[in-house]
Design a protein around this ligand. Structure first.
Ligand code: ZN
Length: 242
């Protein structure tokens, strides 16, 4: 099965549509959360995601915040502003759809969460010591994570040794070994200083992972962010990939 892996769309419809056009034909789409927050197109992005056949999706921290499930003082002021705005513009149907998303899904050999298997909503997996501790929190061979907006792979070494980490190279297919956690990066707000939208293609039978990047029309998104009177920083950071 060929699966499109996406995460952290953050209400950036231009980036999402560019990825959907770029990927070609897939059997399923797995989305690792944070469809909304920061960006100007929350309803449009949820509508697009909802329309995808064979979708598997989990809840992100921004999705949960818009639903009022986590305290907003945990967010930076600019992020909080966008959460209030998103809450005010989302349709009732789309709020209800977000509210149905689970924090964790298991599909075959793969566990899907937004943050980490230990704390699906909040934990950022960026360092090999925290990563090593997280292998105890999922039973499948593989765990797919988002949240940091950085494409990164962690492989289990031993229970008391830091995980081995690597950054998957774009367009170089890698073979996933059991006990791996891997992050496709962010569609709508990359933070690895590469402004191109990030996603991955997973061949589930062969356990092959292909990291991809695609250029999209960032300026049109920046204009919509400013027109919606969202914080200007949400616009400028898209050009920097940060
Ligand atoms: Zn995010």
């Amino acid at each position: 099965m060929r699966v499109l892996i996406i995460s952290d769309i953050h209400a950036n419809l231009t980036a999402l549509d560019t990825v959907l056009n770029d990927v070609g034909i897939v059997d399923e789409v797995w989305c690792l959360g944070d469809i909304v927050g920061y960006g100007p197109d929350p309803n449009e992005c949820i509508n697009r995601i909802r329309s995808l056949p064979n979708l598997v999706c989990v809840l992100g921290n921004h999705d949960a915040a818009v639903l009022g499930w986590i305290p907003l003082d945990a967010f930076h002021q600019d992020a909080r502003h966008a959460i209030y705005w998103t809450r005010s513009v989302l349709t009732k149907e789309n709020l209800e759809w977000l509210a149905e998303l689970p924090e964790r899904r298991v599909v075959g050999d793969f566990t899907l969460v937004h943050g980490s298997p230990r704390n699906p909503i909040w934990e950022y997996l960026l360092d090999p010591v925290s990563a090593a501790q997280n292998f105890a929190y999922f039973d499948t061979d593989f765990c797919l994570i988002g949240h940091t907006h950085i494409p990164l792979q962690f492989s289990f070494v031993s229970a008391d040794y830091p995980a081995r980490w690597t950054q998957p190279m774009v367009r170089r297919q890698i073979s996933l070994r059991p006990r791996t956690m891997i992050n496709p990066g962010s569609v709508g707000q990359p933070r690895d200083h590469d402004p191109r939208a990030a996603y991955a293609i997973l061949e589930t039978d062969e356990r092959l992972w292909l990291a991809r990047r695609v250029i999209y029309d960032i300026e049109s998104v920046q204009r919509r962010i400013l027109n919606a009177e969202l914080p200007a920083r949400h616009a400028t950071r898209l050009s920097d990939g940060w």
